[in-house]
Design a protein around this ligand. Structure first.
Ligand code: 5GP
Length: 194
């Protein structure tokens, strides 16, 4: 059995990574597993612990860093976010293609740390910054200063999209989903040829 791919999806907050991911996961032939991140942020309305994130205290998060138990981590707009390493490795060793939905700093760490590994890096861009602002405001879950911070961060993140192997525009959900599925399929085929 081949070790699974490590698929990294980044893109500014509000671009629709989660929605695209959920659609991509419907295709069972892609053999995907989602890497549930750890965060110190408070859960939003419908979010569930152990499903959307592992919601932890700062102390717990710092302990994970100290014990080298994170594949990558970052501090993003007031909170820590990171990928538990053991879970990712376990799934990949079972042949699953593990999907990480993370921001640019963490993605950079993964690309450096797993240089010789089967990493598929994808950056999802919004049709425009105006549309992104409309989507973030539509979430109605954060105060204006946080929204402004997220938007400023979005511009910086978009500037780093060239570090990724693939850039996909999320204009129409169906098109973005199809493109990402195609990318994963292609990389799975390439993997078989090794
Ligand atoms: P949100 O608060 O909107 O759920 O997430 C904020 C940003 O952190 C998003 O861009 C999201 O993809 C990213 N993120 C979520 N989990 C992780 C993680 O484990 N590591 C890193 N580096 N970023 C993450």
């Amino acid at each position: 059995m081949k070790k699974g791919l490590l698929i990294v999806l980044s893109g500014p907050s509000g671009v629709g990574k989660g929605t695209v991911r959920k659609k991509v996961f419907k295709d069972e032939s892609l053999n995907l597993a989602y890497s549930i991140s750890m965060t110190t942020r408070q859960p939003r309305n419908m979010e569930q612990d152990g499903v959307d994130y592992f919601f932890v205290s700062q102390d717990k998060f710092k302990e994970m860093i100290k014990e080298n138990k994170l594949l990558e981590y970052t501090y993003f707009v007031g909170n820590y976010y990171g990928t538990p390493l053991e879970y990712v490795e376990k799934l990949r060793n079972e042949g699953k293609n593990v999907f990480l939905e993370i921001e640019v700093e963490g993605a950079k760490q993964v690309m450096e740390r797993c240089k010789n590994d089967d990493v598929v890096s994808i950056f999802l861009i919004p049709p425009s910054l105006e549309e992104l602002e409309r989507r973030i405001r539509g979430r109605k879950s954060e105060p204006d200063n946080i929204i402004q911070e997220r938007l400023a961060k979005a511009q910086k993140e978009i500037n780093l999209s060239s570090n990724y192997q693939y850039v996909v525009k999320n204009d129409k959900l169906a098109d973005a989903t199809k493109r990402i599925s195609q990318i994963i399929k292609k990389r799975m085929e390439m993997q078989k040829d090794i």
